[in-house]
Write a new protein. Structure first.
Length: 153
């Protein structure tokens, strides 16, 4: 008895409505509103014949069991994946390394707040173009270092 063939649908970015494309969603809603698959698809830029970039990103994340596994992957492991060229492997490893370096910043490397203008400058970086409805400041330690920010957008 013949096995039924499984139809594999691979949507291309151009087939998605403009408002659902990862790059446009990032521009309109910010990077925090995107899934790991969408962020990875933006970094990868293109898929391969028969597989769109979103499908490729989904497959790669599945193969490495999520973002943490992808972050542990070596150059050779990445290049062995169909659709991940040497250039794409380098781009991914570079982006992951930047994320690691940012996460490991020491407290003395965080911005020091000594004036209202420092607060305005710090907030403007993360809120540029956003409409803030509510701002909840956090108490800073005696060293006047930024702890973080929360806003309802």
């Amino acid at each position: 008895m013949a096995q039924p063939t499984q139809t594999r649908y691979s949507s291309m970015i151009r087939d998605l409505p403009t408002t659902e494309r990862p790059r446009e969603r990032l521009k309109n809603y910010g990077s925090s509103s995107l899934s790991n698959v969408e962020l990875l698809a933006i970094l990868l830029r293109t898929g391969v014949k028969g597989e769109g970039v979103v499908s490729l990103a989904t497959r790669v994340l599945g193969r490495f069991q999520g973002l943490a596994g992808l972050a542990r992957a070596s150059y050779t492991e990445l290049c062995s994946e169909h659709g991940i060229s040497e250039a794409k492997a380098c781009q991914l490893l570079s982006a992951l390394e930047l994320g690691r370096r940012y996460a490991s910043l020491q407290p003395e490397e965080t911005p020091v707040i000594s004036s209202p203008q420092d607060v305005a400058n710090l907030l403007s970086l993360g809120c540029r173009g956003a409409k803030i409805r509510q701002f909840k400041p956090r108490t800073a330690p005696s060293r006047c270092q930024a702890l973080g920010r929360r806003s309802s957008l």
